[in-house]
Design a protein around this ligand. Structure first.
Ligand code: CP
Length: 316
């Protein structure tokens, strides 16, 4: 299919065909990353800005590397050292960056809807790198890409997401992507963090971790989003670990071939034990590696998906 979207704001509004196009393009960029020369001139002359108003390691660095690999100029905006500290608004900041000829603005912000807000008035393309508890589209894309690399398909796979679903933008984007591609999604966690509303999206809910992982092909663990919780959602951390922490003993009750995933950052000894995080079933670092290919694909497609003359071979 021909890519026509100017922005990547969420997964909810994408079709299964659009998601598949991103995954197929990511496959091609994964192959580019296995070449001796990993750089291609797809975004030569373009300027990309990483506008991160919230902390990030994986997303910020992989978008930066993706832009370098595509030969774009990349500016890393640091909120703490910016005029935001002097009272400048997000809108004025974004328009200032656009006045410096930014072609794409990648935004992470604590407020849900911040990328959609920028997209309303900017001429530049806007890419959502995580907005509040709303969505984190490129995380979900790299997660489904990783699953597809292992199983060659997504449809009918049983995917269990465990933890703080309520405050997780990763969970929301994953749920949309997985359901659109035909997976069966189970959500597990304390009832305060896995509210009934998610059933309406088509997910199965449970508060029993043993049940949740028994038949799962994929177990995706989430950290507790303390920075977004405005009330206590469970009695104490020890209680949470006792019921929802994935230990080796618990994992032994799951399928031996089940993939263990986590978007990171992981909290060892809380939602995941070190033995589980570092075991052979864990693909946590593979997810990070795939994040680069997926973000290259997203930048490439948002730029129109066109190859400059005399450029690289991106045929499948
Ligand atoms: N998964 C994720 O978004 O990690 P960062 O916060 O480090 O970017």
């Amino acid at each position: 299919m021909t890519w026509t979207r100017k922005h990547l704001l969420d997964i909810e509004s994408l079709t299964a065909e659009e998601i598949t196009t991103i995954l197929d393009t990511s496959r091609a960029f994964k192959e580019v990353g296995e070449r001796p020369i990993k750089k291609v001139p797809a975004l030569r002359g373009k300027t990309v800005v990483n506008l991160f108003i919230e902390p990030s390691t994986r997303t910020r660095v992989s978008f930066e590397l993706a832009a370098h690999r595509l030969t774009a100029d990349i500016i890393n905006f640091t909120a703490e050292a910016s005029s935001l500290r002097k009272g400048e608004t997000l809108k004025d900041t974004a328009q200032t960056l656009e006045a410096l000829n930014a072609d794409m603005i990648i935004i992470r912000h604590g407020a849900s809807g911040a990328p959609h807000f920028l997209a309303r008035f900017l001429g530049a393309s806007v890419i959502n790198a995580g907005d509040g508890a709303h969505e984190h589209p490129t995380q979900a894309l790299l997660d489904v890409f990783t699953i597809r690399e292992h199983f060659n398909h997504i449809a009918n796979l049983k995917v269990t997401i465990v933890g703080d679903i309520l405050y997780s933008r990763v969970a929301r984007s994953n749920i949309w992507a997985l359901l659109k591609l035909g997976a069966q999604v189970t959500l597990c966690g304390p009832s305060t963090l896995v509210p009934k509303e998610f059933e309406r999206l088509g997910c199965h809910l449970t508060h029993d971790l043993t049940e949740a992982i028994a038949e799962a092909d994929v177990i995706n663990l989430l950290r507790i989003q303390h920075e977004r919780q405005n009330r206590t959602s469970f009695p104490n951390l020890g209680e949470y670990i006792r019921f929802f922490g994935l230990t080796k003993e618990r994992l032994d009750q799951a399928k031996p071939e089940a993939l263990i995933m986590h978007p990171g950052p992981i909290n060892r000894g809380v939602e995941i034990d070190s033995q589980v995080a570092d075991c052979d079933q864990s693909v946590i670092l593979e997810q990070v590696t795939h994040g680069l290919a997926v973000r290259m694909a997203v930048l490439f497609l948002i730029n129109g998906g066109k190859r400059p003359p005399g450029s690289f071979n991106l045929e499948k």
